[in-house]
Design a protein around this ligand. Structure first.
Ligand code: 6PG
Length: 259
Protein backbone atom coordinates (compact mmCIF):
# COMPACT_ATOMS: atom_id res chain seq x y z
CA UNK A 1 0.00 0.00 0.00
CA UNK A 2 1.18 3.58 -0.57
CA UNK A 3 3.54 4.84 2.08
CA UNK A 4 1.26 7.79 2.78
CA UNK A 5 -1.53 5.40 3.65
CA UNK A 6 -3.96 6.44 0.94
CA UNK A 7 -5.37 3.25 -0.40
CA UNK A 8 -4.89 2.76 -4.13
CA UNK A 9 -8.05 2.88 -6.18
CA UNK A 10 -8.76 -0.50 -7.72
CA UNK A 11 -11.28 -0.88 -10.52
CA UNK A 12 -12.20 -4.22 -12.01
CA UNK A 13 -13.45 -4.38 -15.58
CA UNK A 14 -15.31 -7.24 -17.19
CA UNK A 15 -12.58 -8.01 -19.73
CA UNK A 16 -9.54 -6.59 -21.52
CA UNK A 17 -11.67 -4.53 -23.89
CA UNK A 18 -13.60 -2.88 -21.06
CA UNK A 19 -10.28 -2.29 -19.27
CA UNK A 20 -8.87 -0.52 -22.31
CA UNK A 21 -12.00 1.59 -22.69
CA UNK A 22 -11.98 2.53 -19.01
CA UNK A 23 -8.35 3.56 -19.30
CA UNK A 24 -9.06 5.56 -22.45
CA UNK A 25 -11.90 7.41 -20.72
CA UNK A 26 -9.67 8.21 -17.73
CA UNK A 27 -6.75 9.27 -19.91
CA UNK A 28 -8.98 11.54 -22.00
CA UNK A 29 -10.47 13.13 -18.89
CA UNK A 30 -7.06 13.78 -17.35
CA UNK A 31 -5.46 15.02 -20.56
CA UNK A 32 -8.25 17.53 -21.22
CA UNK A 33 -8.19 18.76 -17.61
CA UNK A 34 -4.39 18.90 -17.55
CA UNK A 35 -4.18 20.94 -20.75
CA UNK A 36 -6.90 23.29 -19.56
CA UNK A 37 -5.03 23.83 -16.29
CA UNK A 38 -1.39 23.84 -17.45
CA UNK A 39 -1.53 23.98 -21.26
CA UNK A 40 0.35 20.69 -21.49
CA UNK A 41 0.15 17.07 -20.39
CA UNK A 42 3.13 14.80 -19.84
CA UNK A 43 2.34 11.14 -20.40
CA UNK A 44 4.71 8.22 -19.86
CA UNK A 45 3.63 5.14 -21.77
CA UNK A 46 4.14 1.59 -20.60
CA UNK A 47 5.30 -1.23 -22.81
CA UNK A 48 4.29 -4.80 -23.40
CA UNK A 49 1.04 -6.02 -24.89
CA UNK A 50 -1.61 -4.71 -22.50
CA UNK A 51 -1.65 -1.03 -23.53
CA UNK A 52 -1.90 -1.79 -27.30
CA UNK A 53 -5.71 -1.95 -27.20
CA UNK A 54 -5.79 1.33 -25.26
CA UNK A 55 -3.58 2.94 -27.90
CA UNK A 56 -5.85 1.67 -30.66
CA UNK A 57 -8.92 3.11 -28.94
CA UNK A 58 -7.26 6.53 -28.52
CA UNK A 59 -6.41 6.58 -32.23
CA UNK A 60 -10.08 6.21 -33.15
CA UNK A 61 -13.31 8.05 -32.41
CA UNK A 62 -14.64 9.23 -30.03
CA UNK A 63 -11.19 9.75 -28.50
CA UNK A 64 -9.17 10.86 -31.51
CA UNK A 65 -10.99 14.14 -32.06
CA UNK A 66 -11.25 14.93 -28.34
CA UNK A 67 -7.68 14.37 -27.18
CA UNK A 68 -5.57 17.60 -27.08
CA UNK A 69 -2.78 15.96 -29.10
CA UNK A 70 -0.82 19.16 -29.79
CA UNK A 71 -0.37 19.70 -26.06
CA UNK A 72 0.54 16.17 -25.01
CA UNK A 73 4.17 15.15 -24.58
CA UNK A 74 4.84 11.43 -24.91
CA UNK A 75 7.54 9.62 -22.98
CA UNK A 76 8.28 5.97 -22.20
CA UNK A 77 8.64 4.34 -18.81
CA UNK A 78 11.08 1.85 -20.27
CA UNK A 79 12.45 0.49 -23.51
CA UNK A 80 14.13 -2.58 -24.81
CA UNK A 81 17.59 -2.30 -26.40
CA UNK A 82 16.24 -2.78 -29.91
CA UNK A 83 15.60 -0.54 -32.92
CA UNK A 84 12.28 1.28 -33.07
CA UNK A 85 11.22 -0.93 -35.99
CA UNK A 86 11.84 -4.10 -33.98
CA UNK A 87 8.71 -6.00 -32.94
CA UNK A 88 9.82 -5.77 -29.28
CA UNK A 89 10.15 -1.98 -29.28
CA UNK A 90 7.79 -0.24 -26.88
CA UNK A 91 8.10 2.92 -28.96
CA UNK A 92 7.40 0.87 -32.09
CA UNK A 93 4.19 -0.51 -30.62
CA UNK A 94 2.96 2.97 -29.71
CA UNK A 95 4.04 4.37 -33.07
CA UNK A 96 2.19 1.62 -34.96
CA UNK A 97 -1.05 1.64 -32.94
CA UNK A 98 -1.30 5.31 -31.94
CA UNK A 99 1.30 7.92 -32.81
CA UNK A 100 1.25 7.30 -36.57
CA UNK A 101 -2.54 7.78 -36.53
CA UNK A 102 -2.97 11.01 -34.54
CA UNK A 103 -1.70 14.60 -35.00
CA UNK A 104 0.98 14.65 -32.30
CA UNK A 105 3.76 17.11 -33.19
CA UNK A 106 6.98 15.07 -33.68
CA UNK A 107 8.78 17.33 -31.21
CA UNK A 108 6.33 16.12 -28.54
CA UNK A 109 7.43 12.49 -28.89
CA UNK A 110 10.41 11.71 -26.69
CA UNK A 111 11.42 8.13 -27.36
CA UNK A 112 14.23 6.31 -25.59
CA UNK A 113 16.95 5.67 -28.21
CA UNK A 114 17.81 2.37 -26.53
CA UNK A 115 19.16 0.67 -29.62
CA UNK A 116 22.44 2.56 -29.57
CA UNK A 117 25.03 0.85 -27.31
CA UNK A 118 26.33 1.30 -24.73
CA UNK A 119 23.05 1.13 -22.79
CA UNK A 120 24.45 3.36 -20.07
CA UNK A 121 24.80 6.17 -22.61
CA UNK A 122 21.24 5.61 -23.84
CA UNK A 123 20.06 5.99 -20.25
CA UNK A 124 22.14 9.13 -19.73
CA UNK A 125 20.83 10.63 -22.98
CA UNK A 126 17.23 10.01 -21.92
CA UNK A 127 17.89 11.52 -18.54
CA UNK A 128 19.22 14.60 -20.34
CA UNK A 129 16.06 14.65 -22.47
CA UNK A 130 13.89 14.59 -19.34
CA UNK A 131 15.91 17.40 -17.78
CA UNK A 132 15.63 19.48 -20.95
CA UNK A 133 11.93 18.93 -21.62
CA UNK A 134 10.88 19.36 -17.98
CA UNK A 135 13.38 22.23 -17.59
CA UNK A 136 14.85 20.64 -14.48
CA UNK A 137 17.64 22.02 -12.35
CA UNK A 138 20.30 19.61 -11.09
CA UNK A 139 18.44 18.29 -8.04
CA UNK A 140 14.93 18.33 -9.49
CA UNK A 141 12.74 15.41 -10.55
CA UNK A 142 10.28 15.33 -13.45
CA UNK A 143 6.64 15.12 -12.44
CA UNK A 144 4.64 13.23 -15.06
CA UNK A 145 0.99 14.13 -15.20
CA UNK A 146 0.29 10.47 -15.79
CA UNK A 147 2.45 7.36 -16.03
CA UNK A 148 1.00 4.14 -17.34
CA UNK A 149 2.49 0.99 -15.88
CA UNK A 150 2.02 -2.71 -16.49
CA UNK A 151 2.65 -5.68 -14.24
CA UNK A 152 4.48 -8.89 -14.95
CA UNK A 153 3.57 -12.16 -13.24
CA UNK A 154 6.88 -11.85 -11.36
CA UNK A 155 5.79 -8.47 -10.01
CA UNK A 156 8.02 -6.35 -12.26
CA UNK A 157 6.84 -3.07 -13.65
CA UNK A 158 8.45 -0.97 -16.37
CA UNK A 159 11.87 -2.67 -16.49
CA UNK A 160 12.19 -2.79 -12.72
CA UNK A 161 12.62 -6.54 -12.41
CA UNK A 162 13.09 -8.54 -9.18
CA UNK A 163 16.69 -8.75 -7.94
CA UNK A 164 18.01 -6.09 -10.30
CA UNK A 165 20.16 -3.08 -9.48
CA UNK A 166 17.62 -0.51 -10.67
CA UNK A 167 15.38 -1.23 -7.67
CA UNK A 168 17.87 0.48 -5.37
CA UNK A 169 18.46 3.57 -7.52
CA UNK A 170 17.75 6.79 -5.63
CA UNK A 171 19.63 9.46 -7.57
CA UNK A 172 19.33 8.91 -11.32
CA UNK A 173 16.18 9.43 -13.36
CA UNK A 174 16.99 6.73 -15.91
CA UNK A 175 19.24 3.69 -15.73
CA UNK A 176 20.41 0.82 -17.91
CA UNK A 177 19.23 -2.16 -15.90
CA UNK A 178 20.86 -5.56 -16.48
CA UNK A 179 18.12 -8.20 -16.32
CA UNK A 180 19.83 -11.56 -15.82
CA UNK A 181 16.80 -13.68 -16.61
CA UNK A 182 16.38 -11.93 -19.94
CA UNK A 183 20.15 -11.72 -20.50
CA UNK A 184 19.81 -8.14 -21.65
CA UNK A 185 19.86 -4.53 -20.52
CA UNK A 186 16.63 -2.58 -20.35
CA UNK A 187 16.47 1.22 -20.16
CA UNK A 188 14.05 2.22 -17.43
CA UNK A 189 12.83 5.17 -15.43
CA UNK A 190 13.59 4.71 -11.77
CA UNK A 191 11.28 4.41 -8.75
CA UNK A 192 11.86 7.99 -7.56
CA UNK A 193 10.66 9.26 -10.95
CA UNK A 194 7.51 7.15 -10.98
CA UNK A 195 6.85 8.07 -7.36
CA UNK A 196 6.81 11.76 -8.21
CA UNK A 197 4.14 11.36 -10.86
CA UNK A 198 0.82 13.10 -10.28
CA UNK A 199 -0.95 9.90 -11.27
CA UNK A 200 0.17 6.31 -11.69
CA UNK A 201 -2.23 4.10 -13.61
CA UNK A 202 -1.46 0.37 -13.61
CA UNK A 203 -3.19 -1.62 -16.33
CA UNK A 204 -3.28 -5.34 -15.55
CA UNK A 205 -4.93 -7.98 -17.69
CA UNK A 206 -4.83 -11.76 -17.61
CA UNK A 207 -5.25 -14.61 -15.14
CA UNK A 208 -1.52 -15.27 -14.99
CA UNK A 209 -1.12 -12.10 -12.91
CA UNK A 210 -3.97 -12.73 -10.49
CA UNK A 211 -1.98 -14.24 -7.60
CA UNK A 212 0.79 -11.64 -7.79
CA UNK A 213 -1.73 -8.80 -7.99
CA UNK A 214 -3.65 -10.12 -5.00
CA UNK A 215 -0.44 -10.33 -2.93
CA UNK A 216 0.58 -6.83 -3.97
CA UNK A 217 -2.75 -5.26 -3.06
CA UNK A 218 -3.16 -7.24 0.16
CA UNK A 219 0.27 -6.41 1.60
CA UNK A 220 0.82 -3.78 4.23
CA UNK A 221 2.49 -0.43 3.62
CA UNK A 222 6.24 -0.67 3.65
CA UNK A 223 6.35 -4.33 2.71
CA UNK A 224 7.72 -4.72 -0.81
CA UNK A 225 8.10 -8.28 -2.02
CA UNK A 226 7.64 -7.21 -5.62
CA UNK A 227 9.09 -4.28 -7.57
CA UNK A 228 5.61 -2.98 -8.36
CA UNK A 229 5.13 -2.38 -4.63
CA UNK A 230 7.94 0.18 -4.74
CA UNK A 231 5.64 2.39 -6.80
CA UNK A 232 4.03 4.58 -4.16
CA UNK A 233 3.39 8.16 -5.30
CA UNK A 234 4.68 10.59 -2.68
CA UNK A 235 2.20 13.26 -3.76
CA UNK A 236 0.01 11.68 -6.37
CA UNK A 237 -2.65 9.12 -7.10
CA UNK A 238 -2.22 5.39 -7.52
CA UNK A 239 -4.80 3.54 -9.59
CA UNK A 240 -5.07 -0.09 -10.56
CA UNK A 241 -7.28 -0.90 -13.51
CA UNK A 242 -7.58 -4.66 -13.84
CA UNK A 243 -9.75 -7.03 -15.83
CA UNK A 244 -11.78 -9.72 -14.13
CA UNK A 245 -9.24 -12.42 -14.99
CA UNK A 246 -6.39 -10.53 -13.32
CA UNK A 247 -8.62 -9.56 -10.41
CA UNK A 248 -10.04 -12.99 -9.70
CA UNK A 249 -7.94 -13.49 -6.53
CA UNK A 250 -8.62 -10.07 -5.04
CA UNK A 251 -10.43 -9.70 -1.76
CA UNK A 252 -13.52 -7.81 -2.83
CA UNK A 253 -13.92 -6.31 0.62
CA UNK A 254 -10.80 -4.16 0.27
CA UNK A 255 -12.01 -1.01 -1.43
CA UNK A 256 -12.35 -2.54 -4.81
CA UNK A 257 -14.75 -0.97 -7.25
CA UNK A 258 -16.34 -3.14 -9.88
CA UNK A 259 -16.29 -0.89 -12.95
C1 6PG B 1 7.85 -3.88 -20.93
C2 6PG B 1 6.89 -3.26 -19.97
C3 6PG B 1 6.59 -4.21 -18.86
C4 6PG B 1 5.17 -4.64 -19.08
C5 6PG B 1 4.83 -5.85 -18.28
C6 6PG B 1 3.44 -6.38 -18.65
O1 6PG B 1 8.67 -3.18 -21.51
O2 6PG B 1 7.69 -5.10 -21.14
O3 6PG B 1 7.18 -2.04 -19.59
O4 6PG B 1 6.74 -3.70 -17.58
O5 6PG B 1 4.30 -3.56 -18.74
O6 6PG B 1 5.80 -6.85 -18.58
O7 6PG B 1 3.50 -6.74 -20.02
P1 6PG B 1 2.19 -7.29 -20.78
O8 6PG B 1 1.25 -6.12 -20.89
O9 6PG B 1 2.70 -7.73 -22.13
O10 6PG B 1 1.63 -8.41 -19.94
Amino acid sequence: MPVDGTAPRVRIFEDAEALARGAADELLRRAVAGVEARESFSLALSGGATPRRLFGLLAAEPYRSRMPWARIHFFWGDERTVAPEHRDSNFGAAEETLLSRVPVPPENVHRIAAERPPPERAAAEYEATLRRVFRLSEDDWPRFDLALLGLGADGHTASLFPDTAALAETRRLVVANWVEKLATHRITLTCPVFNRAACILFLVSGAEKAETLAEILASEAGVARYPAQLIRPVDGELHWYVDRAAGQALDRTKGITPA
